[in-house]
Design a protein around this ligand. Structure first.
Ligand SMILES: NC(=O)C1=CN([C@@H]2O[C@H](COP(=O)(O)OP(=O)(O)OC[C@H]3O[C@@H](n4cnc5c(N)ncnc54)[C@H](OP(=O)(O)O)[C@@H]3O)[C@@H](O)[C@H]2O)[C@@H](O)CC1
Ligand SMILES: Nc1ncnc2c1ncn2[C@@H]1O[C@H](COP(=O)(O)OP(=O)(O)O)[C@@H](O)[C@H]1O
Ligand SMILES: [K+]
Length: 494
């Protein structure tokens, strides 16, 4: 299981463990693990180590001592820029400083000009950063980022909030890392919002603390093991009725494509039969995908179908009526796009959703989530995990808060962050495809939680597959996702 620990959880673990170990052990282990990560990244010899005032700086000084003191041919030329604070360093940082000073590392007072660094080690701030980086430190971070050299961040890229993935602001800066070696446990902020861009590749160094010594984490990283129980191979003796019906309701005037995208997402991930019930019927057949059955939402009887409501649905009276009926009914539900905007405007509909017996899946992007919560999208993005948790609890639903590092939460407080996907998904219609995949897995009997995390994983992996094949991220289209999602899902099922 890939646990993600909040800063508070890490502090608790640290505190408990430190009492059973000789002083400074964890910092020494952090320095050793980070020095090997640095050696693995090193394509030359010149290493710049940035050491800040706290224990993150202590880790960096250990790295400097380890790299400069190595009795090997690979010995690096280490330059250390140490920036002490106004208060005395911790005893373990003081010890690391003494080690680094006794090594061959050269200490400097300012960023040396014009050196072609093979590697920069970022040990300015870790999980103790409490306010935006400003003044001379800010200039230093900007100068480092402008160099465009490989950067290994220690624990967290300096300036990034390890809980939320937001750059600590307002108007903050953070170090842009190539790789982040994170200590004791992995952290949510490295995987969502701005985290993925700043952290680069994330590597965990548990520092010898085995999982049994760690309490359960508040969040985890999505992986197929979390939904594997639904990935059984299909029985030979099956028929289309074995894999459920999906009806996508949406498609106001001028928005006919959105429900079709969702319907294709459902079809290509294995739903038995797929309908589009259009608010404003635009045609009798989808000529590209004639398997999809076209209906008129006004008089459509959805029977036992799983409903995906909202893509391009608009806010007409018909849209409202269809949504009301769906919330009243017992069908499994995926609520997306305009359905969420209508619910955001109506406390009555919110109440009806929260009181439903069968848990619905809701798939807001940050602005839709903000409307549902009555806040701005900046507030949602500022703490995506908290927003998803709050929404799940208010709506009594599985919430899929979309965007880089999609966050999935349920009313029981479980939180998963999705690692698949890429910026190729930032294109119109990709959210519709996701809603369709969610509906498809529900229709095939998956439980709402697993359907949501499974759909998000597969949708992201489909985009990754397309990028690997050269079809993105630039110019990846939502219409390509269903076929790629089919390949991903079949590979998982095998
Ligand atoms: N403890 C352990 O067992 C282990 C800990 N480990 C490592 O320790 C790291 C946490 O260390 P930490 O708690 O010392 O915090 P850290 O991130 O170095 O920063 C705090 C310092 O920065 C200062 N400061 C804050 N904001 C500032 C600003 N905007 N501008 C300027 N200064 C600012 C702040 O000063 P103050 O707020 O007190 O004025 C304080 O001096 C953790 O991420 C991991 O790398 C590992 O070795 C594993 C074992
Ligand atoms: N940078 C990104 N990295 C990963 N996934 C992304 C990124 N940008 C967008 N996505 C995903 O793409 C989809 C976009 O959905 P949405 O915003 O509803 O678009 P639309 O309404 O046009 O279909 C979501 O699944 C979202 O998580
Ligand atoms: K750091």
């Amino acid at each position: 299981m890939k646990s993600l620990y909040s800063v508070a959880e890490i502090r608790t673990i640290e505190h408990t463990i430190a009492q059973s170990l000789p002083a400074g052990t964890l910092m020494r282990r952090a320095g050793e693990a980070a020095a090997s990560a640095a050696r693995a990244m090193l394509a030359g010899r010149k290493v710049l180590v940035l050491a800040g005032p706290g224990n993150n700086g202590g880790d960096a000084l250990e790295v400097a001592a380890n790299l400069a003191g190595a009795e090997t041919d690979l010995e690096a030329e280490v330059t250390v820029l140490y920036l002490p604070g106004s208060s005395a360093p911790s005893p373990e940082t003081a010890r690391a400083l003494a080690r680094a000073r006794a090594s061959k590392a050269q200490f400097v007072d300012s960023l040396p000009l014009g050196r072609d660094w093979s590697l920069i080690v970022d040990g300015l701030f870790g999980i103790g950063l409490a306010r935006p980086i400003d003044g001379a430190m800010r200039l230093l971070v900007e100068a480092i980022n402008a160099l465009g050299r490989p950067v290994l961040a220690l624990d967290v890229p300096s300036g990034l909030d390890a809980d939320t993935g937001a750059v600590i602001g307002p108007d903050g800066v953070a170090v842009q890392a190539t790789r982040t070696i994170t200590f004791i446990g992995d952290k949510p902020g490295l995987h969502t919002f701005e985290g993925r861009d700043y952290a680069g590749q994330v590597q965990l160094a548990p520092l010898g603390i085995d999982p049994g010594q760690r309490p359960p984490a508040g969040a985890r990283l999505n992986e197929p093991a979390l939904f594997a129980r639904h990935l059984a191979p299909r029985r030979h003796n099956s028929h289309k009725g074995s894999f459920g019906d999906v009806a996508v309701i949406g498609g106001a005037r001028g928005m006919a494509g959105a429900p079709l995208m969702a319907a294709r997402g459902a079809l290509f991930t294995g739903a038995g039969r797929v309908f589009v019930a259009a608010i404003e019927p635009a045609g009798a057949v989808d000529v590209v995908q004639p398997e999809i059955m076209m209906r008129d939402a006004q008089d459509f009887d959805s029977g036992d179908a799983t409903l995906v409501i909202g893509p391009g649905m608009g806010d007409s009276v018909t849209a409202m009526r269809v949504l009301f009926k769906a919330l009243e009914g017992k069908a499994a539900l995926v609520l997306d796009a305009d359905a969420l905007n209508l619910i955001a405007d109506s406390p009555d509909l919110q109440g009806r959703l929260a009181q439903r017996e069968a848990t619905a899946i809701v798939t807001p992007h940050p602005l839709e989530a903000a409307r549902l919560l009555g806040v701005t999208s900046a507030v949602v993005q500022g703490d995506r995990l908290a927003a998803a948790r709050e929404l799940a609890s208010r709506l009594n639903a599985v919430v899929v808060l979309k965007g880089s590092g999609t966050v999935i939460a349920n009313a029981g407080g479980a939180v998963v962050i999705n690692p698949t996907g890429n910026a190729g998904l930032a294109t119109a219609g990709s959210g519709d495809v996701l809603a369709g995949i969610c509906g498809s897995l529900l229709a095939q009997g998956w439980q709402p939680w697993e359907a949501a995390i499974g759909a998000v994983w597969v949708h992201g992996a489909a985009a990754d597959r397309l990028v690997a094949q050269g079809s993105g991220p630039i110019g990846l289209t939502a219409g390509e996702l269903p076929v790629a999602a089919r390949a991903v899902l079949n590979a998982l099922a095998r």
